[in-house]
Design a protein around this ligand. Structure first.
Ligand SMILES: [Zn+2]
Ligand SMILES: [Zn+2]
Length: 249
């Protein structure tokens, strides 16, 4: 079985004792980090998994989803990571990220002198990673649909699907409607779904129709987290995630 560990289940509002959005996915010896919110490097260090991450995918550039990245890189340097780390992110972030890394003294040349190789790669729809054990693909999320309407067309957001044999994990990232992920659903799949911008019951209805195995809600507004727990109560295939929760998928 493949593993999912919720590293950070917080929302856009920082909360004491709760990390920003970040999820660790393990498929055999492939280790993938989905989003890298505040506090994720510390949590991964505590789990002794910081150095085992092979790839990071940043679904979009809202700061709650990326704010742990600098500390991830700095910790990797201090912990003497000596192999490649691929970081996939929306293309509009690549040049600004390079400049920002330089400004916090994590420039590429210095890192490579320490044998830490960081590759920033554009995230686009289609296959992102393919190994013997898994295929990871990205799909367009409608998180910025409203921004596109008002002319902020350069913003992009993606959802991520990981397939391993006949198993499938779908991570919505941030979305606006269930319509953007419904085609990704399969029988027995696991859905890791943000709970801030959508109707929970609409998600519940749609996954039931598709015969999904389980829904893990994350990224809930702090003022509604008790409400989400109540919503999931007595529904054995719905979960309100908290930091450190683990699931097999
Ligand atoms: Zn968010
Ligand atoms: Zn967002």
């Amino acid at each position: 079985m493949n593993r999912l560990i919720n590293i950070g289940t917080g929302s856009g509002l920082p909360q004491k004792g709760k990390g920003g959005p970040s999820h660790l996915v393990e498929v055999e010896d492939n280790v993938l980090l989905l989003d890298c919110g505040e506090g994720s490097a510390g949590y991964l260090r505590a789990l002794n998994r910081l150095l085992s991450v092979d790839w990071i995918i940043l679904t979009h550039l809202h700061s709650d989803h990326i704010s742990g990245l600098m500390m991830f890189i700095q910790s990797s340097l201090l912990e003497h990571r000596d192999r490649l780390l691929d970081i996939f992110l929306p293309v509009e972030g690549i040049e600004p990220f390079k400049i920002f890394l330089n400004s916090v003294y994590l420039n590429q040349k210095d890192l490579e002198q320490e044998s830490l190789f960081i590759h920033l790669k554009p995230l686009t729809t289609g296959i992102v990673i393919e190994t013997d054990n898994m295929i990871v693909h990205a799909w367009s999320s409608d998180h910025f649909a409203h921004d596109r309407l008002i002319g902020r067309s350069q913003r992009s957001a993606y959802g991520i699907t990981i397939e391993s044999g006949n198993r499938r994990l779908i991570y919505t990232g941030d979305i606006s409607t269930v319509g953007c992920f419904v085609d990704e659903l399969r029988q027995n799949c696991t859905l890791l779904c943000e709970a801030m911008h959508i109707e929970w019951d609409e998600v519940n209805q749609v996954v039931r129709k598709r015969g999904s195995k389980q829904v893990i809600f994350t990224h809930v507004d702090p003022s509604r987290s008790d409400e989400l727990k109540r919503f999931c109560k007595n529904k054995p295939d719905l979960f309100a995630a908290t930091d450190g929760m683990e699931f097999l998928w």
